[in-house]
Design a protein around this ligand. Structure first.
Ligand code: HXC
Length: 510
């Protein structure tokens, strides 16, 4: 009996070795943790339950039958993050380059099926040379099975991808279908084809970092949501993110203890908006001052900075924030900001996370650059996302809310539940100068007349009261009381029920 028990321990020891000490050392030399070390950092201490430790591949081509390492290049199972269950897979680059065989894919699929069945998020740690070349189409079929589950799980349980090494070929498409992608600077890459193929096909010379590094994907392509200095930081941030999210689409997000006065008055907000309507100010200041303990978890911080997206807590409960940022492009909407915010709004709606929208928007960015690239369709994504969202929606207009962009930004007309405005708000079709120049074109050569017309327009429309008269604004509020008003609005909406007509699914403008 003792021998049998020892035999199990020996096998376990063998499996834990991964690709052996030399390869583990090589992994460390690159500044990367091993697959198991990453799981240890990610999960609560001693909470990991591993499955399929002894799974080995079945390939017999290219002499592979002589090289059948336990685990087959991926560590899978479940554990907890601050006591809440998550499923995890972590690819082991030290074993056949973390490449994906049929059995490797089967292990991932197994925990994804369990996650959907038991209602817990899936966290995938990717560090892989892609499809296992020796297995050919079997490997591709395995990828297909993973893709299928990514799609089924979308909107059912949160899916988070952490890219911690190469991620090439079709392998990028599984992370692409998950809700959030985190990368590590200087050691993770995502591309459909690597630099060598790029050179052959397009004659373009580019480094892996330029083509698909963390900076490229967080600043240019927006494929990734955040980039971190090293593995430990990235995994710690995954833990922080998971704390904001519900475990599945049937549950509410967790309620955390909070130590902040819900009625906290912030006098400084009364002077946040400058006298001159064209002077920018930092919308993040308002977000921090509304949030419990000033804590804001920003998503896509480095992309389309004219819109801000992320999570805060109010009375301990998660709220998704979308806010125009007057510091960048005057806070206008464009293709990138519309896409960024639309995806965020849809995530929140899928997982019952209420939405707070902070508005200071002069309109959509004009010009051929935007029109040729389809700002109409992309802008419509945000319009559509807000219009279809049935979660509690609270809006605060701080300054400009002009034209179509006013309607888009969670207005009453798109079923905004509670719409507040600061006294500094201007809810109008456009700014006073633009409006008078169109309405009084014949008087343009008389600056005095135009100035008088502009003043008249400002008087009439550069305020929240025309909209408030019509009930499009529920209340004009004092800036210093914004936290209390917003928190009470969400509290009143906790039992909100919204009905939508039956449909198979919508057809959001893609
Ligand atoms: C089998 C692989 C492998 C793969 C790496 N290895 N990728 N084995 N299939 N796809 C093995 C290597 O042979 C090597 O084994 C070990 O892993 C470490 O690899 P190195 O090349 O020594 O490491 P490094 O120099 O760090 O380079 C990493 C790499 C490179 C950039 C990922 O290995 C690489 O380019 N691999 C091929 C990538 C690729 O083209 N994959 C297919 C993509 S297509 P030894 O025993 O020598 O140490 C795809 C389609 C998916 O994925 C489609 C889904 C629909």
């Amino acid at each position: 009996m003792k021998d049998i028990l020892q035999e199990l321990e020996n096998r376990r020891e063998n499996a834990r070795l991964g690709g052996g000490q030399k390869r583990v050392d090589a992994q460390h030399a690159k500044g990367k943790l091993t697959a198991r070390e990453r799981i240890e950092v990610l999960l609560d201490e001693d909470s990991f339950e591993e499955y399929d430790m002894f799974v080995a591949h079945r390939c017999t081509d290219f002499g592979m039958e002589k090289n059948r390492p336990y685990g087959d290049g991926v560590v899978t199972g479940w554990g907890t993050i601050n006591g809440r269950m998550v499923y995890v897979f972590s690819q082991d680059f030290t074993v056949l380059g973390g490449s994906v065989s049929a059995t490797h894919a089967m292990k991932i699929c197994k925990i994804m099926d369990m996650a959907m069945q038991n209602g817990a998020p899936v966290i995938g740690i990717n560090d892989s040379g892609g499809a296992r070349i020796q297995e050919g189409v079997d490997s591709l079929a395995g990828y297909g099975e993973v893709f299928k589950r990514n799609i089924l799980a979308s909107g059912v349980v949160p899916q988070i991808s952490v890219i911690m090494g190469p991620c090439a070929g079709g392998a990028v498409y599984s992370p692409a279908m998950t809700d959030f992608i985190f990368m590590v600077k200087d050691s993770s890459y995502m591309f459909v084809t690597g630099p060598d193929v790029v050179k052959t096909v397009t004659n373009e010379q580019v480094t892996a970092e330029e083509l698909g590094g963390a900076s490229t994907h967080t600043k240019k392509s927006s494929v990734a949501d955040a980039a971190f200095e090293n593995d430990v930081e990235a995994l710690a941030e995954v833990r922080r993110l998971v704390d904001f999210l519900p475990l599945n689409n049937q549950q509410k997000p967790p309620v955390r203890p909070f130590f902040d006065d819900v009625a906290r008055v912030e006098d400084s907000l009364d002077t946040l908006v400058p006298e001159n309507p064209n002077t920018p100010y930092d919308m993040k200041e308002l977000i921090h001052k509304i949030a419990d303990e000033g804590d804001f978890y920003e998503i896509q911080e480095d992309f389309a900075k004219n819109i801000i997206t992320g999570f805060v807590r109010l009375e301990g409960q998660t709220v998704g924030v979308v806010a125009n940022q007057p510091m960048v492009l005057a806070g206008c909407l464009d293709i990138d900001s519309s896409r960024k915010a639309a995806r965020f709004v849809r995530f929140c709606d899928a997982f019952e996370i209420p939405l707070l929208t902070l508005v200071d928007v002069p309109g959509f960015l004009p010009g051929t650059g935007q029109e040729y690239r389809g700002v109409i369709k992309h802008g419509a994504k945000l319009l559509f996302a807000y219009g279809e969202a049935t979660v509690p929606k609270v809006t605060v207009i701080t300054r400009k809310a002009y034209g179509g962009a006013y309607v888009v930004m969670s207005s009453k007309h798109l079923a905004g539940d509670i719409n507040y405005a600061w006294p500094t708000s201007e809810v109008a079709v456009m700014g006073a100068k633009g409006a008078t120049e169109i309405l009084y074109r014949s008087e343009l050569n008389d600056p005095e007349k135009i100035a008088a017309r502009t003043a008249e327009y400002e008087d009439r429309f550069a305020n929240p009261f025309v909209a408030a008269e019509r009930g499009f604004i529920d209340e004009v509020i004092q800036p210093h009381s914004t936290r209390r008003r917003v928190a009470r609005a969400f509290a009143a909406l906790r039992t909100k029920k919204a009905r939508v007509p039956w449909k198979k699914h919508d057809n959001i403008p893609l």
